[in-house]
Design a protein. Sequence first.
Length: 88
Amino acid sequence: MESVLRAWIEREPDLTLSELPERLAIQGVLIKPGALWRQLNKRNLTFKNPCTQASEDLRQARRPWVEALPGIDVEKLAFIDETWTSTT
């Protein structure tokens, strides 16, 4: 099945993680997205959707931020957990 997944991802790099289990189900393989992700990860079979790949201008805009990261005082960072935040 690994070769099938590799072929799909190579041919269609814009496939989403939720589409892969649907395709596998047609092949008779039932797997949930989380379990599939772990299997893909184990096999170093990764992919990115085009919408998550930064364009060149976005990479250029991020560069100063990335370069400033090593100088950030981690003691001054605050992390906000928005897990149960509602936008309604």
